[in-house]
Design a protein around this ligand. Structure first.
Ligand SMILES: Nc1nc2c(ncn2[C@@H]2O[C@H](COP(=O)(O)OP(=O)(O)OP(=O)(O)O)[C@@H](O)[C@H]2O)c(=O)[nH]1
Ligand SMILES: [Mg+2]
Length: 418
């Protein structure tokens, strides 16, 4: 565990709490231990040094006293300001974006995730490289004849190397994407509706996916772990329940102010959310900060271009003691409680005009039933003297001709087994 000092500038210290808690959790995920916190109340961070002069001295003293190895800012900081702070206090300084990039980099397992993280890291570092190479150039121009060249050449070489690597990464990612999109096309042909899990990191999305799998579907379980950003790739599973089917996508979790470099690099991974028919917003109901985190998720959904997709909120970890103020759907991935209700609600949202009815159709009207075999699901309940008792499931409009034979309409959308 690396010992670090958590630092930050906030316009109102009272609002700092959730951001600090979140950054501390991010530090733990990067195997850093926060030994001390140094905050300053300012309308905005000082452009040159983040902190004011006095605060910077306080930070330097804290570094000495605690023997911390690094300072982590809880918000983005310009590269030049970070350099200034690093010079003043003599240890490495990183900002929140760099911290998140580090965690992503540790977690990336698939080739795609690794390339995406590398692209994001280079995009993050590039402005600094460009600045240094520009400075070297200016310096070389103004300098004497003898020092012109070496520094300038080295900097522009590094800059070119970065830019080439970024181009190379983009090309490779495109190849992976085109392979994926042909797979997606095959999926589209099945015309199953798509549901995407979304939510704050560690909310319980992957565990919920696994809970759906135990409802009777086949497919490998996904990894669920008590770690931030455990999932960086998108997995898709076909969920078959007694009441209907859909495709379920599990993907990367969110955190406040997800760096735009990451959002851009993970554009394809996040397509599963943008292109879903329904977003299942998974909220950890046992988390005292759930409200803040749910807002973060809903803002991030907009930021990734999924603002128009209908959202269904679900509170999970009900077994761990749920906030009593919560009124929405609640489930537990561990005990399976609430899963049937959740499935029904998902199907209701996916097929708003579907219904299930029971009819008694006389034997001389069987031709009608045959006509509907292709567009409605029909299940024989029993043969009676008066005719066949059938359960029909399909869109409300299509089932109209059966109205005269209807015995009862079941609760909307519970699609009968079979
Ligand atoms: N008590 C309880 N714990 C749960 C439940 N679901 C998930 N957890 C725990 O919450 C932690 C995070 O679960 P994941 O399913 O990995 O969460 P995630 O949202 O996929 O996380 P990321 O992929 O990191 O964004 C794990 O330690 C799980 O064991 C639940 O229903 N009840
Ligand atoms: Mg996960």
């Amino acid at each position: 565990m690396k010992q670090v000092i958590l630092a930050g500038v906030f316009s109102r210290l009272s609002e700092a709490e959730p951001v600090l808690a979140e950054t501390e959790a991010l530090c733990r995920a990067a195997e850093m231990e926060v030994v001390c916190t140094v905050l300053q109340q300012l309308n905005r961070p000082d452009a040159a040094a983040v902190f004011g002069r006095g605060k910077l001295q306080e930070l330097t003293a804290a570094v000495k006293e605690t023997e911390a190895e690094m300072v982590v800012f809880a918000h983005p900081v310009s590269l030049s300001a970070a350099e200034h702070v690093a010079e003043a206090c003599g240890v490495e300084v990183i900002d929140r974006t760099a911290l998140i990039l580090q965690i992503f980099s540790r977690r990336a397992r698939s080739r795609q995730a690794k390339l995406q993280v590398e692209a994001a890291r280079l995009a993050y570092a590039l402005p600094g490289v460009i600045r240094q190479s520009d400075e070297a150039e200016t310096h070389a121009r103004g300098g004497s004849f003898s020092n012109r060249g070496a520094g300038e050449m080295r900097s522009s070489l590094i800059r070119r190397r970065y830019q080439n690597r970024i181009r190379q990464l983009k090309d490779e990612l495109k190849k992976i994407e085109s392979r994926q999109s042909s797979l997606e096309n095959r999926r589209t042909r099945t015309r199953l509706k798509r549901v995407a899990l979304a939510g704050y990191t560690n909310a319980g999305k992957s565990s919920l996916m696994n809970a759906f799998l135990t409802l009777g579907s086949h497919g490998r379980e996904v990894t669920a772990e008590d770690r931030l950003f455990e999932t960086l790739d998108t997995s898709v599973r076909r969920i078959r329940t007694g009441s209907g089917e859909f495709l379920l996508y599990d993907t990367v979790g969110f955190v406040s102010n997800l760096p735009h470099e990451l959002i851009e690099a993970f554009h394809t991974t996040l397509a599963s959310v943008r292109e879903a028919d329904l977003v299942l917003h998974v909220i950890d109901g046992s988390d005292p900060q759930w409200q803040y985190r749910a807002e973060v998720t809903e803002e991030t959904l907009k930021a990734i271009g999924a603002g128009e997709v209908p959202v269904l909120r679900v509170f999970t970890k009900a077994d761990a003691g749920i906030d009593p103020d919560i009124t929405g759907l609640s489930v537990s991935a561990f005990t399976g409680a609430g899963m049937a209700e959740l499935t029904e609600e998902i199907l209701r949202r996916l097929y708003p005009d579907e219904t299930t009815v029971t009819c008694l159709v006389p034997y001389d009207k069987m031709a009608l039933v045959e006509t509907y075999r292709k567009i409605a699901r029909i299940r024989l309940l029993e043969n009676t003297e008066a005719g066949q008792r059938l359960q029909l499931q399909g869109s409300r409009v299509l089932l109209k001709p059966f109205e005269q034979y209807m015995e009862r309409e079941e609760h909307e959308n519970s699609m009968g087994k079979g």
